[in-house]
Design a protein around this ligand. Structure first.
Ligand code: ZN
Length: 300
């Protein structure tokens, strides 16, 4: 299947050139200019984001080296962070979550942080410009450490972001994680964060019976160790109202992004069959990585 071949691609534009191109692209974007109300691509005016047509020479790398450039899509709360993170460990590439980038910025001080707080508290999505600025910072930091390959989590969220990303670096595969909406809501409301160490947990214990031909889903809570238990807090954006609004906005915006990658033949749809114990082996199978994990654990 296509994923196996994609994973073995070894010559890709280097992340360092990607980082600098993101930075350049952002620097050249007219941020003060409001986005055009009509998103018609047939406009005669120059595009908002323009790129140099000559890609950087591909880095010579060990053909066996795993250097995947993947994107994980999925609505907030679906667990894409969990799976993206596990895969990044397995494949030895950085897991870059724009949600984390936003939260890190939120906990800092400054004008961007204040602007972000307002947007997040209203359950709205952060603008392309801000996300790109944060991603650019992250890629540059990675470049300095010699990182290669990545799994992007929570980006791109809009077609515009997908187009920007396409001009910056090659994406091999886009994994779209899906979960039943009722289960999703329960999971979102069960999210807790440790106020001390910042780790994420989930207190929701989900047990939905199968009906009308749909399989049942059961998901165990992800409970914290005892020392975190008393320090759990619910994020202010995890109320039912905010979650509903967030999902609505997500579905409206994600459809065109999914279509964008579907047209390129890069979209892998994956329906989560349950919690991590059921889903992880199935996901590895879908990515043709089941053998890879066995080899890794045998070598360890
Ligand atoms: Zn803790």
């Amino acid at each position: 299947m296509a994923a196996a071949a994609l994973i073995r691609l070894s010559s890709k534009p280097s992340l360092s050139s990607a980082a600098s191109r993101v930075a350049r692209c952002f620097a050249s974007a007219p941020t003060s200019q409001a986005a055009p109300s009509s998103s018609s691509p047939s406009s005669s005016s120059p595009p908002l984001f323009a790129f140099s047509a000559n890609p950087s020479p591909a880095r010579r790398e060990d053909p066996e080296a795993r250097n995947v450039q993947w994107v994980f899509l999925g609505c907030p709360g679906v667990g894409k962070g969990t799976y993206a993170s596990r895969l990044s460990v397995l494949l030895g590439v950085p897991h870059i979550a724009t949600g984390d980038l936003v939260r890190e910025e939120l906990s800092s001080s400054g004008p961007l942080s204040l602007q972000l707080k307002e947007i997040v508290n209203q359950g709205q999505l952060v603008s392309d410009e801000i996300i790109i600025r944060l991603l650019s910072k992250r890629l540059e930091a990675g470049e300095a450490k010699g990182e290669s390959g990545f799994i992007l989590d929570g980006f791109p969220r809009t077609t515009k972001q997908a187009e920007i990303l396409e001009g910056v670096t090659e994406i091999d595969l886009v994994v779209n994680l899906k979960l039943r909406e009722d289960v999703l809501m329960e999971k979102c409301l069960g999210r807790r964060i440790c106020s001390q160490c910042g780790k994420n947990f989930n207190v929701a214990s989900i047990n939905v019976k199968g009906e009308n031909g749909n399989p049942g889903i059961s998901m165990d809570p992800l409970l914290p160790p005892p020392h975190c238990m008393t320090k759990l807090i619910t994020r202010s954006d995890d109320t039912e109202e905010v979650v509903k609004e967030r999902l609505k906005i997500y579905y409206e915006k994600s459809q065109p992004v999914e279509d964008f990658y579907r047209r390129q033949g890069k979209l892998l749809e994956f329906d989560l069959p349950g919690g991590i114990p059921e889903s992880w082996p199935k996901l590895l199978e879908a990515l043709n990585l089941d053998d890879y994990e066995e080899k890794q654990s045998a070598a360890a």
